[in-house]
Each structure stands twice: as C-alpha cells, then as structure tokens.
Design a protein around this ligand. Sequence first.
Ligand code: BGC
Length: 459
Amino acid sequence: MAIQLVCAIAALTGLLFGFDTGIISGALLFIEKSFPLSILMKELIVSSVLVGAMLGSLSSGRLTDYYGRRKIILIISGMFIVGTLIASLATSVNAILFGRICIGIAIGIGSYTAPLYIAEVAPQEWRGGLVSLNQLAITIGIMCSYFINYAFTDVETSWRLMFAIGLLPAILLGIGMLFLPESPRWLAKQKKFDQARNTLIYLRHTTHIDSELTEIKNSLNLREAKISEIFAPWIRPVLFMGIALGFFQQVTGINTIIYYAPTIFQIAGFQDTSSSILATVGIGVVNVLATIFAVFYLDKIGRRKLLLTGLIGMGLSLIALSLAFQWDSTSLRTIAVLSTFTYVICFAFSLGAMLWLLVSEIFPLDVRGAAMSVAVFSCWLWNFVVSSTFLTLLHALGPTNTFMLYAIMCIVGFVYCYYKIPETKGVSLEKIEDNIRRGITVREIGQPVFVPQLSPETE
Ligand code: BGC
C-alpha cells in the first residue's frame, strides 16, 4: 500500500475531529426545536466534546505506548461510531451530552495518536507533509460541517442527520485501519524486530531498509526512559515546548473564528444570517487551501519560517480586525471578512499545521505517547478556556479590545517561537532524540548531529 494512502486512512481521525467540532454550532439551532434548552445546557452541549477531548488526551497517555498505535486508532473508530449513534438517536439532552462526551474522548485520544502513527510510519523526507495530512483532514472536516450547517433546512430531525453523517468517516476509518500495519518504531520498541523489519519493507516497497532499522534500534539501545521521566530534567525542556505550543495555538484565538465566525460577522454588520454563514463557509474553504499549501511546502520551506511568518500575519490580521471595529460600518464589513480570512490562512500554514507536527517529532520514543498526550491536553484545555470565555470577553471588553488581546498573544507567541522552536525539517526522529539526550538546547535539537556510540548513556 502506498505510504500516502496509509497516512490518509489514519488522517480520517482528523476529519472526524474537524467535523465533530464544527457541526455543533449548526446542529444546536435544530436541537433547540426538539428540546427546550437553557443557556447552560447549550454551553454544555457545545463544550461536551472539548471536555471529552481533554479527558481523552490526558487519561489515555500510556495507552498508545502500551497497546500500540494501530490498535488504539481502531478502538477510537468504534468509540466514534458508538458516540455518534448515541447522539443522533438521543431521546433526551442527557443522551446527547453522553454521546458527545464519547465522541470527545475519541477526538482527544485520536488527536495525538493519528499524528504520532503517521510520524512513525513516514519516511523522514516526507514526514512534515504526511503528518500535516492530519491537519488537512481536520480542516476538511470543519469545511464539510460548515457546508452541512449551511445546506440543512429547518426540519425537526435535521440535527440527527447532521450528527449521523459523522458515521461515514468513522466506519471508513475502522475498516481502513484493519488493513494498516502497526508502527515499525513501536514494534521495535516491543523487541518485535522481525515484524518491524517486514513492516518497513512493506511501507518502503524495498528491502533496503537496514539503515533505517539500525537507526531505530540504536535509539532503543539508549537508556530506557521511565514513564515518570516525562517530567525528568532532560525531557522537561521539550515537554514545556509541547505545552507552550498547545497554549499558543489556542490563546491566539483560532477557535473564536472557527466556532463563532457567524457571530463575529453579525457584529461587524452583516444583517442576515445566511450571508454571515456563507462568509463562514468561505473561511472553511480558505482554511483547507492554506493547509494544502502547508502540506506541500513544510518540508521545503521548513517549520520555523512558516511558523514565524504565520504568527506575524495572524497578529497583523487581528490588529486590523480590532481597529476595524472602531471605524465606520461600510469598511468594517469588508475588513472583517478580509482580516478573518488572512488570519485563518496564516494560522493554517503556521500554528495549525505545526502544533501537531512538532509534538509528534520532539519527544523521545519511550515516552512519546505520554508526553504528546500532555502537550495535546494543553491544547484542548486552552481551547476550552478560550472558546468558553470568548462571548463573555466580547461583552465585557468589546470587540476592539478582545481581538487586540489575541493579537498581543500572537506577539508573545512569536517571541517564544523565535527563541525556542527548533527546525526539524529533514532530520530523523532518532537524531532529534539523541540531541535531546545530549542536553542540546531545544532550539538546536533539529541539528543533524548523530553519533550514538558516543552517547553517555550507552557507554
Ligand atoms: C486546532 C483546532 C482548530 C483547527 C482549525 C487545529 O489545529 O487544534 O482547535 O479548530 O486547527 O483548523
């Protein structure tokens, strides 16, 4: 099977992530017609997936290290199916909440397992692009949910159908994963070297895989890391970097636009709901297009250049949006649409693609699953904080100050990334790990220096 297909199947997890987080804003309007909802209930229904995702990303930290990446993705495809069935057949609000929490847990586990799996099966020269397929799938899922939100007419059962459409990618993911191999790096870690070798031959379509296998084995010969070591001094700097990336991806405000774009457009002067929803569909489309650009250029241009350029663009777009709310209403609408579009484009090729890529690259193999889950938990936690406080902030501070706040976070994020984020383009995961073990500063861990026999742990 072509490596692109292997990665695309695993990336269906991202599609479900995007679809299930994007569909709720539209579905909620119809759920209200079936069940009377208090404000609190509405907030609970919207945030149930995020709460589930936090639980999923944290509580299952060791699952992928223990059971293997492939098995876990198979299990979560089942959880997506069960959660979607419960939510779409629900006869009470509690059942919807329960189903959405199930889906959230699956998203939380999947949001690190899929990029992790892809990073471990991908050849190093394509790793950036292939891991970013997962982010591309997230954006396609969001775009599909926007189209569905826009297209669905006002029928009482609409929300059931809207949820139920999510069954399709979930079933495809389950069936697809049955045919995919386990990660060769995880197999090697389990000392199943023959299986690891056969899998590499299968994935690379060649028997010349000895140097890759040796490199994987070398990294295993290094000192075994205990799970508690994700907080050990030598891992702490990269763990902190993962947590910081999750923080900056969210506090720079992406989901205020992804989840609340129609509201923002209405405040900016769009009179009717359908034109603001149509503008939102436009956001979904540019998000996908800019992510396609990232998939193709990440491994050519490099992570740092894209990340830093994107952060500047995001900051400037937010400043324009913030200032526009002080100007007259004719230019406000145009600037609101243009600046949210440029903001989403810049996010897509920088923090959007980069968080999932970097957290799948920077952690040592022995603790990769657990450490990634901590970083991804940070992303879900801050997603929850930002999206559940946005409307309150808007009300309390007004749009100008609120968007300026997120712009300031972009500036802080730029400074952090400038000084701390390494360039990992074209460097193997084993080289990155070896550099971390040597205590090289995080900014430099992507430098291609690899002499395992000189590592202090192996002597
Ligand atoms: C983020 C999501 C966001 C999406 C937008 C992802 O990388 O984690 O919170 O909604 O990008 O494309």
